[in-house]
Design a protein around this ligand. Sequence first.
Ligand SMILES: Cc1cc2nc3c(=O)[nH]c(=O)nc-3n(C[C@H](O)[C@H](O)[C@H](O)COP(=O)(O)OP(=O)(O)OC[C@H]3O[C@@H](n4cnc5c(N)ncnc54)[C@H](O)[C@@H]3O)c2cc1C
Length: 481
Amino acid sequence: MDRKAASRRTFLQTTAGGLVVSAALTSPDTQAAESSSATRIANPIGGDVLRTEATLSPDAKHLLEQPRSIPVVGKTDVLVCGGGPAGIAAAVAAARAGASVQLIEVAGCLGGVWTAGLLTKILDAENKSGIMAELLHRFAAEGSEVANQSNGTVYDPEIAKLVLEDICIEAGVKIRLHTRLVGAVTDSDRRVVAVVTESKSGRETWLADRFVDCSGDGDLAAHAGCRFDLGVGADCQCQPMSMMALLTGIDADEVRPYIRETASSAKPLLLKLMEDNGMSPSYRAPTLRHLHSDIFSIMTNHEYGVSAFDAGAITDSTIRARREVHDLVNGLRRIGGPWKEIAVVATAEQIGVREGRRIRGRYKITADDVATGRKHPQSVCTAKFPIDVHALNDHGNKEINSEFKKGGHQPYGIPYPALIAEDVDGLLLAGRCISGDFIAHSSYRVTGNSVPMGEAAGRAAAVSIQQNVMPHELDWNEIKG
Ligand SMILES: Cc1cc2nc3c(=O)[nH]c(=O)nc-3n(C[C@H](O)[C@H](O)[C@H](O)COP(=O)(O)OP(=O)(O)OC[C@H]3O[C@@H](n4cnc5c(N)ncnc54)[C@H](O)[C@@H]3O)c2cc1C
């Protein structure tokens, strides 16, 4: 029998220990089929794949993969995982400070919740300088009249995608989209030295001198072995997820009272309209925003009790949420009048995840810091946004959970040590995965804070290489520039 044909046909071979998935490159003209998978190199651009060599356990509950060689495809000074608000800023700041930078993003665009999540509003941004101010300026200048009037804080996600690509390219950041980090490697001194990704190009290894975890969920840090906290209470309850959507077919002048930027009465008014017409949204503070011409965004969905680390549950909630958004928009259309032509333009490709891992850092921001307005000596920015915990379940109020607000809030500093992983070296954190408790996280997580955190982490990563020290050996006040 032809050897190549045999290697493709004999896909599963039974052995005494269970099933062996035979290894072979599936391209018919490859010559590598006979070599060990530990040394084989596939040509992914030509469509080759490195097949999995593995043994299924006798109880068929686990697959034991054999060692294989993963090509090193990149080596930069700094590697940033996650191209959301924090990751963009980290990558740009590190590049502007003179580092070569690789940015890895799993989605097909930069921006995270800003773009793939269709957010449309940047909170706690107007008191910020640096990259945050620069982005607001560009969102306003390159966006619509509405973006301009809101100083860039109400933005069009499609414009944001372009602006973010431009700012990264201008800074010289190497961007890799469609690529998910799935592993991190530490050396014997517990220093992060490499990460592993998966994509259409297969498994790949990336080396860097410093790493910045901006994945929102703290994926890089968790893979590097860092401890973390999750949610609140013994069962780690997390804030609900929400599916955002863009809408069209309504006239801003005709629905003005329902638009969030008009007045604080807009949300209750829209809820009343929905309820009076038989609708019961899972998020009871429906938020309608006007972006430009006849394009709007809406947030009116809560998915309760979904773990950010359960792909099956996220899938179910995504499907459920998308259905709810469409059902509610159909309900609004049935009201007629100014709503008679309302339609969904797009639901978010990525359901909005409010909470994932909070990685243990060298300082933990607490509810007490928020309540007392603590000013840390190494503060990278001031957070003003209040405690904002959405309902954790659908038993009672399906809006905001005010029980956690009791301690109050005052403007407080986000300390540089909260951006440095405690358990490994060479790893910085930025965005919603930094070190803090459940209540503090509900305040600092918004994007107007994520950007300056990213900017600080990126700059520190670059400067620590130049000074040949680890990030935790730097004093923020001496390097902030
Ligand atoms: C529904 C909702 C509404 C919100 N409303 C507001 C609001 O109005 N205004 C506001 O300012 N904030 C709001 N927030 C909070 C805010 O959006 C987030 O806290 C903020 O986006 C955090 O920024 P980030 O960069 O840390 O994370 P993210 O925006 O989540 O970005 C993380 C990025 O990392 C990528 N990524 C994740 N894992 C991997 C991996 N393993 N490999 C490669 N890439 C990876 C993701 O695709 C994403 O692009 C809201 C959040 C949600 C969910």
